[in-house]
Design a protein around this ligand. Structure first.
Ligand SMILES: Nc1ncnc2c1ncn2[C@@H]1O[C@H](COP(=O)(O)OP(=O)(O)OP(=O)(O)O)[C@@H](O)[C@H]1O
Ligand SMILES: [Mg+2]
Length: 478
């Protein structure tokens, strides 16, 4: 929900809650005050009031316009005892003189009662108490019968209850507002402050701190957007750094590794020009060597460019599901002539289902296989070289192992052969190869979500192992 709508709703809710609580309090206090009045000794019940009103009406009918002469003591006593039952009194006044009365009346009281009647009042203050009264006129103009009862003030006035309700409303509203502002501070302002800090850090180039997702609605979206921005920025800076590193790597490799063959080409050409190669055979030999060196430079530059493209993930891969057993069998067939000419025996050990599939860019992956076979051919000194190609599978991977019985490697070398330009000291004496073969192989295998590693024993042989995700057991599984 939108932030502004949430704040608005919170306000409406707090007002509603304040109204509900205030009304409840009002009702409770009304109930309490009524209860208090009812239990008070000085007050009377509703029933009592009704009875008295009925009696007053009845008496009005009975004795209205009675001649003063007919007012006898017996009659007054009879009326008085009926009125006593409803806690009421009687006073009969003629010409401002008390004819009969069940309560003591002063002169002032008499005047007050008559004036009260003239001004249509029904509550007045007598000297002894405050009374509520009804007037029944006698036949004579200045004669009145007053039916009176004591008037009780309400202990709790309605205004007091209203005040209590209003104060409750205010208190509930203030409490709700305090609660809402605390919630807003905790749920909105504090996360915004943290976001501000994060934004400042990003602007200062600190891109490693993760921005946590906090709050709801727009705030949550803001957190996500900022985190996305941080990740993208970091990625682009990392890529930029990688580009820079790669460029300096290319420059340093070209100037370092290409320098040797270029110098030697220069030497052979100078040898021809200076007449050191003074026979046609020698000249031919110098030129052939220079050509071989130039070819090497060409291979090195190609490898360098390929490696740097793979490193920057700029090399497109055209992957397809491929039956791995036939793929490797075809690869071996293609190498058969080369192997024969090197008098190398090829053996296979396939412990794998015939239809095991992998998701491969077949051309690029063949370069990996080719490089490993080339290495096995290069780095051996035996009379009976054997290359064994093994295939096996687990539920999620297919493992290709290419094993030779060559000269093997020293223990410290095994982990370094996948580094770019790593070549053993002996390998450096041979002027073919750039030392990028296995580094390129590693990049290609990793681009297929696979792993490559080596096992080797000096004087016994080397195994290069590659694991690839099993297409059936993984991604393409139906
Ligand atoms: N089968 C092997 N037996 C012994 N040593 C090996 C074997 N394969 C690789 N090596 C060692 O690992 C080094 C790196 O191999 P890599 O294939 O990366 O480069 P290279 O063969 O020297 O050159 P390139 O492959 O670029 O022509 C080799 O120079 C060699 O010392
Ligand atoms: Mg190699």
């Amino acid at each position: 929900m939108k932030l502004s709508r949430r704040v608005f709703l919170f306000n409406i809710l707090s007002i509603l809650l304040a109204i509900v609580v205030a009304s409840l309090i009002y009702m409770i206090s009304m109930a309490i005050s009524t209860q208090f009045n009812m239990t008070s000794e000085a007050t009377e019940t509703l029933e009592h009031t009704m009875e008295r009103q009925t009696l007053f009406v009845q008496l009005e009918k009975e004795i209205t316009h009675l001649p003063v002469e007919k007012v006898t003591d017996d009659m007054v006593n009879a009326l008085s005892s009926r009125l006593k039952l409803v806690e009421a009194d009687i006073a009969i006044i003629h010409n401002h003189t008390v004819v009969a009365s069940s309560i003591p009346l002063s002169r002032v009281d008499v005047i007050a009662l008559v004036q009260g009647f003239n001004f249509s009042q029904d509550i007045i203050n007598l000297s002894s108490m405050k009374v509520q009264y009804k007037t029944i006129p006698l036949l004579q103009d200045n004669g009145y019968i007053f039916l009176l009862n004591e008037y009780h003030e309400q202990t709790f006035s309605i205004w007091l209850n209203v005040a209590v309700a209003l104060i409750t409303f205010l208190l509930v509203y203030i409490a709700m507002s305090a609660y809402i502002s605390r919630k807003i501070t905790k749920g909105i302002i504090q996360p915004i402050e943290r976001l501000k800090e994060a934004a400042i850090q990003i602007s200062e180039g600190e891109l490693n701190s993760f921005i946590p997702e906090e709050g709801n609605g727009e705030l949550l979206e803001l957190c996500k957007a900022l985190e996305q921005m941080r990740i993208k920025l970091k990625e682009s800076i990392d890529l930029q750094q990688k580009y820079d590193k790669n460029r300096s790597f290319l420059v340093s490799s070209i100037s370092h590794d290409l320098k040797t063959p270029v110098t030697s080409i220069k030497g052979y050409i100078e040898g021809i020009l200076d007449g050191v190669a003074n026979t046609p055979e020698k000249k031919q030999q110098y030129l052939l060597t220079a050509q071989r060196k130039a070819n090497l430079i060409n291979t090195m530059i190609e490898d360098l460019l390929l490696y740097s493209k793979l490193d920057l993930k700029q090399m497109p891969f055209n992957k397809q599901p491929i039956d791995f057993v036939s793929y490797i069998t075809d690869g071996i067939q293609e190498n058969m002539e080369l192997l024969k000419s090197n008098r190398v025996r090829m053996e296979t050990e396939f412990n794998i289902n015939n239809n095991s599939m992998v998701y491969l860019d077949s051309d690029r992956f063949m370069r990996v296989v080719q490089n490993i076979i080339d290495n096995a051919l290069h780095y051996h000194e035996r009379q009976d070289p054997v290359i064994t190609i093994m295939l096996r599978e687990t539920y999620s991977t297919i493992i290709l192992e290419i094993k030779d019985n060559g000269k093997g490697m020293k223990e410290g070398e095994i982990n370094r052969i996948f580094d770019r330009f790593y070549r053993s000291d002996e390998a450096r004496t041979v002027d073919t190869g750039s030392g990028l073969g296995l580094a390129i192989a590693k990049q290609i295998v990793e681009a297929h979500d696979g792993n490559i590693w080596a096992k080797s024993q000096e004087g016994v042989g080397t195994s290069i192992l590659i694991s690839l995700p099993n297409y059936k057991g993984g991604k393409g599984r139906e």
